[in-house]
Design a protein around this ligand. Sequence first.
Ligand code: CP3
Length: 349
Amino acid sequence: MTLSNDLLLKAAKGVPTDRTPVWLMRQAGRVLPEYRVVREKAKDFKVMVKTPELAAEVTIQPVDILQVDAAIIFSDILVIPEAMGCNYLMEENKGPVFPQRIQSIADLNTLHVSAAEELDYVYQAIKLTRRELNGRVPLIGFAGAPWTIFSYMTEGKGSKTFSAAKKMLYLQPEFSHRLLDMITESTINYLKGQIKAGADIIQIFDSWAGVLGPEQYNEFSLKYIKKICDAIEEVPKIVFPKGAFFARTELEKLNCQVVGLDWNMGIAESRALMPSKVLQGNLDPCALYGTLSDVKAEARKLVDGFGTSKHIANLGHGLYPDTEVDKVRCFIDTVKEYSTSKKSARAGV
Ligand code: CP3
């Protein structure tokens, strides 16, 4: 299918575009009242994830309402542990909880490497979304990085420090590598399934990269992200290593086109450390709490900072649920208008 807007795919491949493409992490289902209507009807988050019609509907909402340059499939990184045999509950106002966290080599016997087919409901959602998007914008598939998935499976819930997960790395390195290997193999199967179903590009979320130091990050996270990147050649890849500013020299060597930056990572320094990469990001999501004129100024500063090539505009992490929709829209519109005007000024139009 030819896309009428392929800015994201072009930018990801480093091809010059007329303006900077923009999408937002967690654009599907955090701030839109239209999402809440669907969510209340479905009652349960997991029901939404497993019902392709509902997942497709909320995936497309930000494309219609916010006019972003890409859709990201509505799902969760935690579908992988569930497919491997480690069930999770999504508790209201609390987040994910794993009733049976994984703690020992014996526990690994309760798990299996998930085959692509086990996540068929996600592929059905991707197929339906693609049909309904009808080529308007590309569709992003995603998965969690093995370390981030490992963190939830061993910690059993969200955490500020993930100290229970890190304890495993110190006390049970063999167990840790075996579990990380199983997650990696499952993730490769899963991403290949998403691509076969129609994902145009994929993003790997390493949301808890920043709780590790450089050495542990190389050994327990980057090594497995590398395996995934080397196994997937069909579409461009975005790696988002939240908090891993210390790993940028290593990330430059990764077989991916795009690296997502959080707001702790300076733009000039990141360009210098990762000259071959297209960069994505990195406005602090809290900047969207400012006034409309503040948001406009921040968006312009972002475009000035990254320049008009090799950049995909986004936030430095997902949207916060209490962000006002008009601020989100202002950010998106400003990136589009300002990067267009900068490009045409440079081209002498
Ligand atoms: O980006 C998108 O809009 C696509 C959908 C998406 C969701 N989760 C839907 C969701 C994506 C890409 C994710 C990824 C995800 N899930 C990550 C990585 C990105 C990040 O923010 O760091 C992580 C760590 C998770 C795990 C997770 N899922 C948590 C901690 C929570 C609870 C708190 C929260 O973030 O809202 C979820 C639930 C979740 N995933 C919701 C949505 C829309 C809220 C569920 C609801 O409607 O009640």
